[in-house]
Design a protein around this ligand. Sequence first.
Ligand SMILES: [Zn+2]
Length: 426
Amino acid sequence: MATPGALTAWKMASDGHRSGRGQAAVTAAGRRAAAPASTVLAELLQAAGQEVPAAVALRRELHASPELGGHETGTANRVAAALGEPGAPSVTTGRLVRIGAASGPSVAIRAELDALPLTEQTPVAWASQNGASHSCGHDVHLAALTAAGRAVRRAGGPLPLVAVLQPREEGYPSGAQDLVGSPQLEAQDARAMIGVHVHPHVACGQVSVGPGPVNAAYDEVTITVRGRGGHAAYPHVTRDPVIAAAHVIVALQHLISRRTDPMHPAVLTIATVQAGTAANVIPDHVVLTGSLRTFEPTDRASLRSAVGATAGATAEAYECTAQATFKQGEPVLDNDPALAAAVAAWLAQAGFQVVDSLRSCGSDDFAYYCPRYPSLMMFAGVGQPGTPDAPGLHHPSFLPREEAVEDVARVMLAGYVAACSVVLGT
Ligand SMILES: [Zn+2]
């Protein structure tokens, strides 16, 4: 694990960093420089503190005028301008803002641009009125990244920072797929990708971070059960797909409880059932949709196969048919062990208690960065003690307190410094 004391050879904003001469030049410049890395983070945190009032005001502004996935141009323009680069390159409706040397290795931090199609239910004067809502905290992430980026611009840093303003985190196809492999992001020469998400299940003052998988792989399933419709008074001349679908739902429940290693987290949820149009008509088909969440690649493959086989065989017992189709979603969000180990000391220096409490079958499209870059997702606590029933992520009343902007900025800077330490090998 890297510690502040182990990093003694950085110089803030050295001439070498700004020269754009590539990794060798950057590394040499970093190593010959003088400032201890613990000082680097301290100076960045102090600089970020000066940016906080403007960042809190920006958070309110973004919160009041949220934009849905695929329509985030105004948000992206506003944040790019706040970061001092209104002409920063675009990737679909996203933006990439680079701070520091124009070329050579960098560290990237992702923040999401999009809001949810929810009618906000909070009492603040700056609540959204347009039918969309930042009920996942992305407004906080954007404002925090602005403070962190401006701090690096103000105080300098061991490597350039690339603010990845990513579209469509909440929708499909995921916006992260726009960026991964894009020429614009490849040109940034990012050597690490950092993400921070506010989380109400983690207490204020804590950050949950750990190595390896922290979020599940996600697939959507649609099962179509077909029978033969007819008059509800004459079921014997029909093949009722509603009865068959009901048994399919029940039969699928054994796939996690009896066909999956109990030490492997997995969830199969059937969430929608659509059938029929009248109380006295047996329909000819039923459509079920749901989600499969897994951590092990072998479980992902075997459960997809088992869902189709179980649905088909069960429906057949009722002289119906069932066909399952899958839409593949995010891979597992797999934190890089070196980054996870390195960041702990920096988070402690920034005043946070580090825990490894939050691993869930939730999903985030940050996972798409993990196969391409050493990546690290951290969950910044916004939970208040004694309020277990407080609104959670995606609830129309979810509203992290304003101090979360500075907290997330400090977590981002700790992640940035940790990533620099790993990339520079110090
Ligand atoms: Zn989110």
